[in-house]
Design a protein around this ligand. Structure first.
Ligand code: BTN
Length: 251
């Protein structure tokens, strides 16, 4: 049985309309599922593309990779958590835990290995007709480097899964992370970030380190709050970063 069928079998008892789609090429798996959601298609789906021509990252950045170099997929589903705060951190926790102890989390949602970027997560939501109160359609996109790639043009040097998982390819990685990822999102819907905070902190690569913020402030990272905000001690006191608009890097 292939990974797509195994994932479908594992997930569909819980999410009856779930489907898995694999395409050779698309602009962006996130863009495609957002387009569908805006057009009223709210069924749960995992869409994997072998190649994206306009892959997107956070803060308007792009996610560029050649075919076979990175794993790129998005999971879209209707979700109605009491509080959305920390969802992207929870997704990072679930993925990192399935990839092993070397994978750290760089707030808010990058996967890091030895201060290099292994992958990134892009969470977007759309409202949809027929949503239960408070429910939205959420699109969770993951880009994960499988093989070494050039560092040119990247603000953080890249890491690759194959450095510590020899021969890691789409099928094996999806077999490992697909079903646990869906389970983690359902868990988040029930318990929110509370179920993930300690797990995030145990992989928090910024903890205790001097950091600089994109708005020029500097400080020392001190973990995350109950809703996933990054805490930073600065000369002016403790600040709480919730905004996805601010980027943080170790100094
Ligand atoms: C980031 O590092 O800022 C997030 C990168 C997210 C990339 C993935 S690849 C699959 C999905 N489709 C996209 O266009 N982006 C996400």
């Amino acid at each position: 049985m292939g990974w797509a069928e195994a994932l479908w079998e594992a997930v569909s008892p819980d999410l009856p309309d779930f489907s898995v789609e694999i395409v050779a090429e698309i602009d962006s798996t996130n863009s495609e599922l957002m387009r569908r959601a805006r057009a009223g298609r709210d069924e749960p789906v995992l869409l994997l593309a072998e190649r994206q021509t306009a892959g997107r990252g956070r803060l308007g950045r792009s996610w560029q990779a050649s075919a076979g170099e990175s794993l790129t997929f998005s999971l879209g589903l209707p979700l109605a958590p009491q509080d959305w705060s920390g969802l992207s951190l929870a997704v990072g926790v679930a993925v990192a835990e399935m990839l092993g102890p070397r994978v750290g989390l760089k707030w808010p949602n990058d996967l890091w290995v030895e201060d290099r970027k292994l992958g990134g997560i892009l969470v977007e939501t759309a409202s949809f007709t027929g949503a239960a109160q408070g429910g939205r359609y959420v699109v969770i996109g993951l880009g994960l480097n499988l093989a070494a790639r050039p560092a040119e043009g990247l603000s953080t040097p890249p890491a690759a899964l194959q450095e510590f998982w020899p021969g890691a390819q789409t099928a094996a990685v999806m077999e490992r992370i697909g079903a646990p990822l869906v389970r983690a999102i359902r868990e988040f819907e029930q318990v929110g970030f509370a179920g993930f905070r300690a797990r995030f902190e145990s992989r928090d690569v910024l903890h205790g380190r001097e950091v600089s913020l994109s708005d020029g402030r500097v400080g020392r990272a001190a973990g995350v709050g109950g809703q996933g905000a990054l805490l930073v001690h600065t000369a002016a006191g403790m600040i709480t970063l919730t905004s996805a608009e601010v980027s943080v890097r170790p100094r």
